[in-house]
Design a protein around this ligand. Sequence first.
Ligand code: KDG
Length: 313
Amino acid sequence: VPRVVTAGETMVLVVPTAPGRLRHAGAVTLSIGGAESNVAIGLSRLGVPAAWVSALGEDELGELVLHRVRAEGVDTSAVRRVPDRPTGLYLREEVAGALRVYYYRRGSAASTLAPGAFDPAVLEGAAFLHLTGITGALSPESAEFLPWAARTAREAGVRVSYDVNYRSRLWEPAAARAATEALLPHVDVLLVGDEEARALWGEDDETCLERLAAAGPDEVVLKLGARGCAASVGGERLTSPGFPARQLDPIGAGDAFAAGYLAASLWGLDATERMRTANAMGAFCVQDLGDYEGLPSRRELSAFLDRTVDLGR
Ligand code: KDG
């Protein structure tokens, strides 16, 4: 199987061991959070070779991130260490059932990702370069990194997959919309959630799918949460229902979805099966705490998919 390269920021994630305001947290756990490394980890667990490209500080938090990502079998050899810049950090709290995040990432090592940030040789033998809209919001140079990376991939014959990943804590909808639209001509596979489609384009349905597909990507997948997903693939309209799942922690579901979709592409599955695999990965993710901790091996994923089919008969 060819490999997938992902590029973007990963932070150290601080999570209180019990719900409630952060100010009262007695104990916390340290994990990592980063959409692009989540995708790489998801792929690696499924047996798809994955590399993650980024920049980390020369600090202990950078070591923590590297250790966790490497432990998942992801190739981190193209990750740079940046002196005098910290590794990003973020904290979560859950108050009255609502999840909030606090970012400490301005001026982080990864916000120095800029055109030329990686050696194009890292793309050799890759089928996809996976990027997300978060990177566009980090700094002016990381906003330029995205089109550079996408063009570099295309020139190397590598397909570009892009997850809109709108983060309202980082920028305004209009800026995110403009950045996304500027990138679309360089994107092959576009992933977008219904909530962010509403935030950016005021639409979350077929009109939105058609409009985005017309802007460039051959495949546009609209994630509908528990309802599954809809897609426009090569001009064809498709839908795939979601799997019943008891939701414990929704964070990371979109990344799991992306990993499932890309893995299924590499396995040569058709569009409907790619969507089904992606939905199953999303379901796995939400049933567990953490961004990626609950993600399955390929064998577990197959068992889940087969069992569902059996139950339906
Ligand atoms: O998709 C999950 C990510 O949102 C989380 O891990 C943190 O990458 C992150 C971000 O910038 O919000």
